[in-house]
Design a protein around this ligand. Structure first.
Ligand code: SPV
Ligand code: MG
Length: 561
């Protein structure tokens, strides 16, 4: 008589109802999934895994459950299947496996890692970490793998082991959690009678299924047990040694679950040995490359795509669209005389650090690490680490746009363009970085309008109201001239371009490069081009806090700065 038959039919009915409601397997609790695998009317299969990756591979292959093999997990950790890995170390592996998959894990819990009390804690922890169930075997802790040394397989006392099963059932936090009792009577050479006695005691103690193990290379022991057992409760088998038995024979004998117990770890060992041996012999990678998966297969299994999608949702604008910087530093700075005999102006030390070092450290503070410096005069003197140095060979006879042209490839992303000879306070970069407009220029409103000194002066839609709430200001005009009342301030040499504005700048450079006048163009001509094109040029005002170093007298101010 199949005593569990009614229960099986009831579960099948539940399954069908759920199928009708199109409830996805993955939405069902893992405990419930495992319970249904064990209790439904068909032969089911679960496959060994020993870490998160192999667990994922088991699920992708189409299996409905995972065997958390004690042998596989211990081997992959490089220890023996003798409880050398602690139970919490095993639990950590189970958690990785569970997190990586949506199908249930039946953990090979060895002997329960101690007495009834250890079993209670194990079951609670497995429920918390998302396992579907645990299988415990009636041996003595620390156990030895069933296929090793038959004389070293002492069996547990039946009552003691039954108490452990009861304790486990009483501790599970989820009604559907599955406890499988594994009978080792055949393994220890105790015969069918002992196997039946033990299986029956464990069934009565509340085990949800009996795993009957055998190390024979045929299924005679197993089939003799199945005959006498007569479907009293679900039976689980591990046909590692009797693998020649046709699977349909298990089906005919109403076996509930077959465990393919160690075939992924064995397969991976074979492959690792082959690949390691080949590379060691060849001292190159040419032969192995076609024997192994490409790196992108690892990324796929790790579900890198999910991070790529999440980055779009969660990362800050700046991280999504990292800003680059281009520092224009080609000029010598002739007015500085012997100070720039061997170095370009940008490498001039102000205090302990050069102008360029200061700019680079400001950029790094804002996580801007992709920095291109356009060198010219004494380019080799620009020797700071982690910089991309490009050279404008015609630095002597050309202007800033020719230098920018040397870094034109960099304008494919948001880019800060910074003059290489200015000292400025760090916060000024933030004004440019955080402004979402396509083109942003930093303009100093503190200008001596009576001076006749010429520079890049800007006429803007709004003067600097020095208020956070003031109306936005945009450049109407920029010219190299002396300042007068029409000017709102001076462009200091810090500009930000969005990827869109960067493309416009690239097009402008490409178009103008043909012209003989290109060498004369400066950054203000690019700004002027934006204005002419109708691209708004946002003005971010500052008031002082920067110095451009042109002549010896500037050095005094710079040193004070
Ligand atoms: C395991 O996979 O660790 C098992 C099955 O316990 S066996 O190794 O066949 O005993
Ligand atoms: Mg085991």
């Amino acid at each position: 008589m199949r005593r569990f038959h009614t229960f099986k039919l009831a579960s099948v009915a539940v399954l069908r109802a759920e199928d009708n409601n199109r409830i996805k397997k993955s939405e069902m609790r893992k405990t419930t999934q495992l319970r249904q695998l064990i209790e439904n009317d068909q032969l089911e299969f679960i496959m060994e895994a020993h870490d998160g990756l192999s667990a994922k591979i088991v699920e992708e292959a189409g299996f409905k459950g995972i065997w958390g093999s004690g042998l596989g997990i211990s081997a992959s950790l490089g220890v023996r299947d003798n409880n050398e890995a602690s139970w919490t170390q095993v639990l950590d592996v189970v958690e990785f496996m569970s997190d990586a998959t949506s199908i249930p894990i039946l953990l090979d819990g060895d002997t329960g890692y101690g007495n009834f009390n250890n079993m209670r804690r194990l079951v609670k922890k497995l429920c918390q970490r998302g396992a579907g169930g645990v299988c415990i075997e009636d041996k003595i802790f620390p156990k030895t793998n069933s296929f090793l040394r038959g004389d070293k397989q002492p069996l547990a006392n039946i009552d003691e082991f039954s108490g452990k099963i009861k304790a486990g059932k009483d501790s599970q936090l989820d009604d559907d959690f599955v406890i499988v009792a594994r009978v080792e009577a055949f393994i220890a050479g105790w015969g069918l009678k002992a196997a039946l006695e033990r299986a029956e005691a464990y069934r009565q103690a509340g085990a949800d299924a009996i795993l009957m193990h055998s190390k024979l290379n045929n299924s005679s022991e197993i089939f003799s047990f199945l005959k006498e057992w007569d479907n009293r409760s679900p039976v689980v088998l591990v046909p590692t040694k009797y693998y020649t038995t046709p699977t349909d024979d298990f089906r005919r004998k109403n076996v509930s679950l077959v465990i393919w117990a160690n075939h992924l770890i064995r397969g991976s060992i074979a492959k690792m040995q082959e690949v390691a041996g080949q590379i060691h012999a060849d001292e190159n990678l040419l032969t192995v490359e076609d024997m192994i998966v490409p790196v992108k297969e690892i990324f796929r299994l790790q579900d890198d795509q999910e991070i790529a999608d999440a980055e779009k949702r969660y990362l800050s604008q700046q991280a999504k669209n990292p800003i680059k910087a281009v520092v224009l530093a080609a000029t010598r700075g002739k007015l500085l005389g012997h100070l720039t005999g061997d170095i370009p102006k940008t490498m001039l030390k102000i205090g302990k650090k050069s102008i360029l070092e200061r700019t680079v450290s400001h950029l790094n503070e804002y996580e801007i690490k992709n920095i291109t410096v356009v060198a010219g005069y004494k380019a080799e003197a620009i020797n700071l680490p982690n910089l991309n140095v490009v050279v404008n060979e015609q630095y002597e006879e050309t202007g800033q746009m020719s230098s920018l042209a040397a870094a034109v490839d960099q304008l494919d992303q948001s880019t800060l363009i910074i003059f290489g000879d200015i000292l400025f306070k760090k916060y000024i970069l933030q004004f440019a970085i955080e402004d979402p407009e396509d083109v942003v220029i930093v303009v100093d409103s503190k200008v001596d309008r009576s001076s006749t000194v010429e520079s890049d002066f800007v006429v803007a839609t709004q003067p600097d109201h020095q208020s956070y709430f003031a109306e936005e200001s945009y450049a109407d005009k920029i010219a190299f001239t002396a300042a007068d009342d029409s000017h709102s301030g001076e462009f200091i040499g810090v500009m930000k371009l969005s990827p869109k504005a960067g493309k416009q700048a690239q097009a402008f450079i490409e178009q103008q490069q043909e012209s003989p006048e290109f060498g004369k163009l400066d950054i203000r001509d690019l700004i002027d081009h934006f204005i002419q094109q109708g691209t708004k040029v946002k003005v971010q005002y500052i008031s002082g806090h920067w110095v451009d170093v042109n002549q010896i007298s500037d050095l005094t101010i710079a040193n004070e700065f």
